[in-house]
Design a protein around this ligand. Sequence first.
Ligand code: GDP
Ligand code: IMO
Ligand code: MG
Length: 422
Amino acid sequence: MTVDVVLGLQWGDEGKGKIVDYLAPSYHIVARFQGGPNAGHTLKFDGKHYVLHTIPSGIFREDLINFIGNGVVIDPITLADEIAALDQAGVNYQDRLIVSEKAHLILPSHRYLDKASEVAKGKEKIGSTLRGIGPTYMDKTGRNALRVGDTLLTSFRARYEALRNKHLQMSKLYPDIDFDLETEERKWFDCIEILKTLKRADGPYYINEALDSGQRVLAEGAQGSMLDIDFGTYPYVTSSNTITSGACIGLGIAPNRIGEVIGITKAYCTRVGGGPFPTELEDEMGELLRKEGHEFGSTTGRPRRCGWLDLPQLKYTVMLNGVTQIAVTKIDVLDRFPEIKVATQYHYNGQITNQLPYDLCAFDVNPLYVGLEGWQQSLGEIVSYQELPKSALHYLKTIEDYLKVPISMVSTGPERKKLLVK
Ligand code: GDP
Ligand code: IMO
Ligand code: MG
């Protein structure tokens, strides 16, 4: 069997949680492969509303295994909170939530360093979620970090203290910040005990054996392709590979195991945190998108920056990911707009092109737009793709023609059932 992948084609928050939750019943295993509690994936069904940070978005579907792969960085405190929410909701996760022994641990002092480093950067700050993501991946590639499997070793406490002490030395490089490390450490060790009660597996053997025995696996990305550490708007990115190849690394599967790649884009564009955003609308139109789309971060509550859909940007991420089908989300947010713009080219450095510059921060990029007619009616009650108004179908066809990839799903509301499948 192959692994299908769902991931974001923009700067995150494209609606990955909703799409994964919808698709999950067709799979045996849903697996997260990168990122950590910087993610906030929202699920809405039966009048309930959940936000998942570490746990895969298949957890509310009975009988399905949810696997946290080696590429994910886990904060035991956030994970314990998520588990408590599952307990409260009466979700039986004990036999269905499996953690890779090779996944890395976020320590309280990683969060401390994340915060101190952002304060030190001042106006140049990344706008990190302050969840300790950057410092943890730094320790991973620096070969210092602690992994889930290490929690069972007798040397675990000593290794923890050595790493924490190193972080305290490093913190001298940064300004003093308010952070109660002792309290956070006590909480962290309590939550390590909860983590130890979860089922764990040697990730690559687990996933490959599952595939060999005919099980279907859906890999769930976090963040978005424009936040990829290598291919995103560096340095305003996260610290992991968010693209399809990240699923190979973050689960231990070979590239020829990848099947369908479902790329998600909003019908417009958002970004939270700092960094370049060519089609950003810093006017009342941007404000209207934020209001209509309730664009406030699922993890930090920060207002998201909003702008028009950026087709050259999407073409780039479709290329990076090998996208085979596209899901367009939040189309209903555009219901009231008489005209909808999409960027089709960029003007920078004296040239007109549909390619992004190597460094979006270094160039003053002016997007060139086409204006499309809005539908000015509510799409929320429409039950089939074919019933969409002509101008909405034209909008979707414009995207398909430009990207040369079929749109397979259109989401018309946050709830699970508000999805038109083509
Ligand atoms: P993720 O990080 O990609 O899973 O996305 P988030 O959960 O952070 O943000 C997406 C937000 O949009 C959530 O509040 C969802 O409930 C909401 N949402 C998802 N799909 C739709 C849609 O089609 N229409 C509207 N109006 N909201 C949606
Ligand atoms: P989901 O999975 C949107 C952004 C942060 C910041 C940058 C680096 O919900 O789509 P980090 O904490 O990773 O060091 O922050 O990346 N960011 C996200 N933006 N959605 C996310 O996740 C994000 N995860 C990180 O705002 O700009
Ligand atoms: Mg999110």
